[in-house]
Design a protein around this ligand. Structure first.
Ligand SMILES: [Zn+2]
Length: 226
């Protein structure tokens, strides 16, 4: 928890699914080179894990606050840069999961001024999900932007809505209907449903404890910038 999100955590081996220790460059089973996970991927995985751990009352190596504070190390965010930014996808999911874990997965609105850089990134890049035909990512963009205050009156939400309505499968799902991985069947469908939903918000969040974490984080990043 005293170290920013690392870039030397390998993906499982693509050939035999063997998991390898941090820092490994080749698979311990087959010797083939390993691909590294992005810092964003490692970080938001930890964010979700600690969020669930804290909620359930089981400490999983660190607390949610220990992980959230490293958000500053992930800024500034880069757009897809015409496909050149290999971290774009994980950047999007990092930011949407900041929103989800702060608003208890769709229960509270969040003031956009608490997350100004994240709000700007989401607005600037939503159309990229439409251009890529990625219903899953588009769902996360729209869901998060609604939590931060956009509504059907905003052109971005309307553009996303039009895309989703035009690309829903005959069975009501979204994504590739021939996909065999069940996660890739349900998650885009969940995304489409969430993006088109109007939530009955319980009010404005985040909780006082999370607000303190966020204010400390924004203060630290302001100090670093000036
Ligand atoms: Zn291997």
């Amino acid at each position: 928890t005293n170290e920013p999100p690392p870039a030397d955590v390998p993906e499982a081996c693509e050939f035999d699914k063997t998991t390898n220790a941090r820092g490994a460059k080749v698979c311990r089973r087959c010797g083939r080179p390993l691909r590294m996970r992005t810092r964003y991927d490692v970080w938001y995985d930890a964010l979700i894990t600690t969020y669930v751990g804290d909620r359930y009352g089981v400490r999983l190596g660190a607390t949610y606050g220990d992980v959230l504070k490293w958000l500053t190390a992930l800024r500034p965010y880069r757009g897809s840069q015409g496909g050149a930014n290999a971290e774009f996808y994980d950047t999007v999911y990092s930011i949407t999961h900041v929103v989800y874990t702060l608003n208890e997965y769709g229960q509270y609105r969040l003031p956009a001024r608490l997350l100004p850089r994240e709000f700007e990134f989401l607005k600037a890049n939503l159309r990229e999900a439409v251009a890529e035909g990625d219903a899953d990512m588009l769902g996360e963009f729209m869901d998060s932007l609604r939590a931060l205050g956009l509504t059907d009156a905003d052109a971005l939400i309307r553009a996303g809505t039009e895309y989703l309505l035009a690309h829903q499968n005959a069975d009501g799902s979204w994504g590739d209907a021939r996909e065999r991985d069940i996660y890739l069947r349900y998650h885009p469908t969940w995304g489409g449903v969430a993006a088109l939903s109007n939530y009955a918000w319980r009010g404005t969040g985040p909780s006082p404890a999370k607000l303190r974490l966020l204010l400390a984080l924004n203060q630290a990043s302001a100090r670093a910038e000036y």
